[in-house]
Design a protein around this ligand. Sequence first.
Ligand code: PNS
Length: 163
Amino acid sequence: MLRAVYPGSFDPVTNGHIDIMERCSEFVDTLIVAVLDNPDKKSLFTVEERVNQLKETTKHIPNVEVRSFYGLLVDFCRQVDAKLVIRGLRAVTDFEYEFKMALANRKLNREIETIFISSSTNNMFISSSSIKEMAMFGGSVEDMVPKYIKDCLDVKFKNREEN
Ligand code: PNS
């Protein structure tokens, strides 16, 4: 049984992430989507919100499990009995960071392999940070995130305006 972990901040999940999950779910038995719980990193959505958002937006992918993790990714992989890590690559600019992370993870645990999946061309420019910026200033993000996430962004920024 092939179990893989797809880790990330997912603040928030985008259509680019969903595309990677849909494609991976075709060749692994279980895809564990792992949301990093990092109290030192400022995020728009809490880890609980991000886990709920991922559960809502991956309902159509039967072999996806959503969890959060704290600490090292390799330790989480061991806990969930997975030796494969999936990361999406949008452009060459992602490569250096991703390559270093894959090497660091392998240094920490030689059994962990990282597989890179290239993003689909229509998602190449989408990132969670650009989504947040666009949504904050009233730009349309409709084609870049699931409808559920668009609604969450609307609520978040509306509440901020009111406070
Ligand atoms: O979506 P992101 O922010 O690019 O995801 C980064 C993530 C969560 C995959 C990465 O920061 C991570 O794995 N953090 C856990 C800490 C860790 O294991 N560090 C050692 C490898 S660099």
